[in-house]
Design a protein around this ligand. Structure first.
Ligand SMILES: Cc1ncc(C[n+]2csc(CCOP(=O)(O)OP(=O)(O)O)c2C)c(N)n1
Ligand SMILES: [Mg+2]
Length: 580
């Protein structure tokens, strides 16, 4: 019988915890683990071209499936490369087990070739990071790592020297059926529920603002809104869970927000935050009373003054609250917000329609066409940058679709790697990556992973020849855009040279046909759409100083002899130019 190694034991423990994939790049110190993966049927090694991609992909898989996923990097540089993706996974609450291989245990502490100290640099992007220095230690370290990842929802790192991984497994491990689906009910105490019910009963205008914590509670939240005549707004991470089949929806707040959400949050007299850690205090109102409901007690009150902090699961709280609150009869606030929302969103839709034949191609047209043609259960991954704006506003939730981005960590180049994780986990599902040209080029090597595994991801590049979002930030802050231009290849030709179908769209008349063809193709496709570099987006509410900043930047451009640029910018953005 073959020798059972520490690496085998590690893989078996991962399997028992529901891990089905390990994303990474092989390397000397990792060989025992890679070989153990090879010898076990139910776990697959997914060979990426950059470890950062592996970490993003594992994070995406974990977010979509709810099961832990794993990634791995060889000693030193191999696992240093994991870092940015792990930050994203950790901050997105994705249970990811990262294996950081280490130099031989006898060499640790000697400045050996490739030696690093993972415990130092994974500290901030994990709940747990421990080194296994003897075979007997592995079972419990692996077990604890998994518990930390699934229990606290984040990253756990196991540091394993190659020589230890290759030793005979000695200790037996503590068997433990993980029962990943179990979820305890966390219902607030009766006293707190009663207090909240009274606050709602006393209020005249209530707004509900939802985050990711309302996942699974759609119908309950909508029922509460119906009962208390409350508009429902959301943060981007709440969109998938609440922005469909919802007659009370008033859109999204935040820098990328749209619709009447901002108004509903500011004009209510009681704002109820449900399962959201929405980060921007600038968008929080100061007038209304504020209640926050969150399962994570440490998060209560960290973004806004609170009149009541409720420790509990959002869905449980809403369900327990429903029979306790009185039905409101006055729906004038709700009606007003819904009317305003319809008007604002109508404008957004009409705009995307009106610009459909504009040259250069307007990105809104591309996003809304994708929304129209994509399947009902598609997974969209969106790059940090303007793609996130277009998706947030124009890709509609259906209850079955998922929208993944780097919404908390805010890293570029996330969309392609996340699409890889999504497609590997769901081979039959439509996966569409909305990429910036800057973001795509940043981890472009992993386009080849689509080829490697024939992953049918549809990569749509919003090729505006610019680090567009930063150009906008510069303008708003009063700097003329500098070092934001990108000289790009014909990405579609590049894809074809790599053996992948490539479609280049330069003419607005080809957008519909090109995207439809891409979505209908069986294998991977890259669609390179030349989009308007001047398409900017403004937050729903703009401060006076930002307007002045924008004006100032325009003036500077004129003074620098770039008046044409200003005219182009204004032409492209008549809809968006802020009104002081
Ligand atoms: C790793 C990383 N580097 C830099 C940034 C700062 N940043 C945010 S968006 C952006 C520009 C993205 O450009 P592109 O991908 O072309 O998207 P666009 O905004 O043009 O649609 C930059 C540089 C970041 N968020 N992450
Ligand atoms: Mg760009």
């Amino acid at each position: 019988m073959a020798r059972r190694t520490v690496a085998d034991q590690f893989v078996e423990i991962l399997l028992a915890a529901g891990v089905r994939r390990m994303y990474g790049v092989v390397g000397d110190s990792l060989n025992p683990v890679v070989d153990a993966v090879r010898r076990h049927d139910d776990i697959q090694w997914v060979h990426v071209r950059h470890e950062e991609t592996g970490a993003f992909a594992a994070g995406a898989e974990a977010q979509l499936t709810g099961r832990p996923a794993a990634c791995a990097g060889s000693c030193g540089p191999g696992n240093v490369h994991l870092i940015n993706g792990l930050y994203d996974a950790h901050r997105s609450m994705a249970p990811v087990i990262a294996l950081a291989a280490q130099v031989p245990s006898t060499e640790i502490g000697t400045s050996y070739f490739q030696e690093t100290t993972p415990g130092l640099y994974f500290r901030e992007c994990s709940y747990y990071c421990e080194t296994v220095s003897r075979p007997e230690q592995l079972p419990r370290v692996a077990q604890i790592a998994i518990q930390e990842a699934i229990g606290r929802a984040g990253v756990a790192v196991v540091v394993l020297p190659g020589d230890v991984a290759d030793q005979q497994a000695t200790a037996t491990y503590l068997e433990h059926p993980y029962r990943l689906e179990q979820q305890p009910t966390a219902r607030p105490s009766d006293a707190v529920l009663e207090e909240l019910a009274q606050m709602i009963d006393r209020a005249r205008r209530v707004t509900l603002f939802c985050g990711r914590g309302v996942a699974g509670a759609h119908d309950d939240v909508v029922a509460l809104a119906a009962r208390i005549k409350a508009p429902i707004g959301f943060a981007l991470r709440g969109k998938d869970w609440i922005a469909y089949d919802n007659p009370y929806e008033v859109g999204m707040s935040g820098l990328l927000g749209y619709g009447a959400c901002y108004d509903a949050m500011h004009e209510c007299d009681l704002l109820v935050l449900l399962g959201t850690d929405f980060p921007y205090v600038q968008f929080m109102p100061s007038e209304p009373k504020v209640v926050q409901v969150d399962l994570r007690r440490e998060r209560l009150g960290r973004r806004s003054k609170l009149d009541l902090g409720v420790w509990g699961d959002a869905g449980e709280t809403v369900r327990a609250l429903l029979p306790r609150v009185a039905e409101k009869s006055d729906s004038s606030f709700l009606d007003r917000m819904l009317r305003r929302h319809e008007e604002l969103v109508g404008r957004l839709r009409t705009y995307a329609e009106e610009v459909s034949d504009r040259r250069p191609i307007h990105p809104e047209h591309v996003a809304s066409t994708l929304d129209r043609f994509a399947t009902d259960d598609a997974v969209f991954t969106v790059d940090t940058g303007m793609s996130t704006v277009w998706a947030a506003r124009l890709i509609n939730a259906t209850g079955r679709r998922r929208l993944l981005g780097s919404f908390v960590h805010g890293s570029m180049a996330n969309a392609l790697p996340q699409a890889i994780g999504a497609q590997v986990a769901y081979p039959g599902r439509q996966v569409v990556a909305l990429c910036g040209d800057g973001g795509f080029a940043m981890l472009m090597g992993d386009f080849l992973t689509l080829l490697q595994y024939d992953l049918p991801v549809k990569v749509v590049i919003f090729n505006n020849g610019s680090l567009g979002m930063v150009a906008l930030e510069m303008l708003v802050a009063g700097y003329p855009p500098y070092q934001t231009g990108l000289k790009n290849p014909d990405f579609a030709a590049m894809a074809r040279a790599a053996g992948v179908k490539g479609i280049r769209i330069e003419d607005p008349a080809d957008v519909r046909q090109g995207l439809r063809e891409a979505l209908e193709t069986d294998g991977p496709v890259l669609v390179d759409v030349l989009t308007d570099p001047n398409a900017l987006s403004m937050p729903p509410k703009i401060k006076g100083e930002q307007v002045r900043g924008f004006a100032l930047a325009m003036t500077r451009l004129v003074l620098a002899g770039e008046a044409d640029e200003v005219v182009n910018m204004a032409r492209s953005n008549l809809r968006n130019l802020p009104r002081p």
